[in-house]
Design a protein around this ligand. Structure first.
Ligand code: 5MM
Length: 342
């Protein structure tokens, strides 16, 4: 079992590839569809995700795994092929969002905690039987001058570790995603404040993983990059982001972890790619460092698709382009001139 988990984790971060986060819950995909003026129906969700999973250029070359929402894990493409099979045909690994979303953390005004431990084992058994080989749990950390509290961090880290431990017990690789938000209101925090909070979060997460006997060789860490809030008056260059981010990771992430796959968190497409490229081009690190982007892989594709079937090919070209650019960034071989290749 241990060997299998380690192999899956290593495959998820294989060279030049990263993970597509396509696990938007129905509330979140509604926001994405609202932005292009299409209705949030099961049919539209299926059509859009089929477009993504049939993008050969992206899926075969630069996507190692896809995180699915529960509904999508059980869905079929128009021709009856299951999405799980479509993903496997592209030599990528299907995974699933295992948490139940974030809720108010009682006694902690302004903070939230991710729920979903109740019934988790039974859900994971079903997901595994349906083809999911890895899972994801996202803890959302609010950041401002006063928050997060240490007990808020601890509650989220404890849940992440409990989830990771159950996953590994069942032969599933857990993606451990603690996200310090870049857009928590008022979102004017500095990069230094983000470094301090991200440090506390990662330290607590790894303490909890240790306490819950989680095999570090069999997880993927999905953290935020260290960034200023989106309304901070001083935004940072890729050199600054990479310096702050790598310093924190080196201090708090054990080298036993095989891979770090960043979330994009609301960065623009180019920001997410150029920051990842700067990290990989400039630093020697003990882990493979890649992407597990949702918005930064999908935003431009979604916009071009716009719910219109005649736009499918152009939307797929755009998705393949972003995947290729991020694949180059994992190798430290991206520069802005390559963006023109589309
Ligand atoms: C794709 O969105 C994921 C699910 O979010 P909801 O539970 O809010 O629907 C999300 O966890 C995502 O995997 C990560 O935030 C990474 O996505 P971004 O867009 O930040 O790269």
């Amino acid at each position: 079992m241990r060997k299998r988990i380690e192999e899956i984790a290593e495959t998820l971060v294989r060279s030049g590839q990263g993970i597509l986060a396509a696990d938007e819950s129905n509330n979140t995909i509604k926001k994405r569809f609202d932005s292009i003026g299409i209705e949030n129906t099961e049919y539209n969700r299926r059509s859009y995700r089929e477009l993504l999973f049939r993008t050969k250029g992206a899926m075969n070359d630069n996507i190692s795994g896809v995180i699915l929402f529960e509904e999508t894990l059980y869905q079929k493409a128009k021709d009856g092929t299951s999405f799980v099979d479509l993903i496997r045909e592209a030599n990528a690994i299907p995974g699933v969002k295992a948490d139940r979303g974030s809720f108010v953390l009682a006694g902690h005004p302004g903070e939230i905690v991710t729920e979903g431990l109740d019934g988790l084992r039974d859900r994971l058994i079903k997901y595994y039987e349906s083809g999911a080989q890895f899972a994801k749990w996202r803890a959302v950390i609010t950041i401002n001058d006063a928050l997060p509290s240490l007990s808020g961090i601890k509650a989220n880290a404890h849940a992440l570790a409990r989830y990771a431990s159950v996953c590994q017990d069942l032969g599933i690789v857990p993606i451990v995603e603690p996200e310090v938000k870049m857009d928590s209101e008022p979102a004017d925090h500095t990069i230094e404040r983000c470094e301090k909070v991200t440090s506390a979060v990662l330290k607590t997460v790894f303490d909890e993983l240790h306490d819950q006997q989680v095999l570090l060789e069999g997880i993927i860490l999905k953290p935020n990059m260290v960034l200023p809030g989106i309304k901070c008056c001083r935004q940072s260059t890729p050199d600054e982001v990479s310096a702050h981010t790598v310093r924190v990771l080196k201090r708090y992430v054990p080298s036993a972890v095989p891979g770090i796959a960043f979330l994009s968190g609301g960065q623009s497409d180019i920001q997410a790619t150029s920051n990842l490229a700067a990290i990989n081009a400039q630093y020697d690190m003990p882990w493979t460092v890649t992407y597990s982007y949702g918005r930064a892989l999908q935003a431009s594709c979604l916009k071009i698709w716009g719910g219109q079937i005649e736009n499918t090919l152009n939307a797929q070209k755009t998705f393949a382009h972003r995947a290729r650019m991020n694949g180059l960034a994992t190798l430290g071989k991206w520069d802005n001139s390559q963006e023109k290749s589309i």
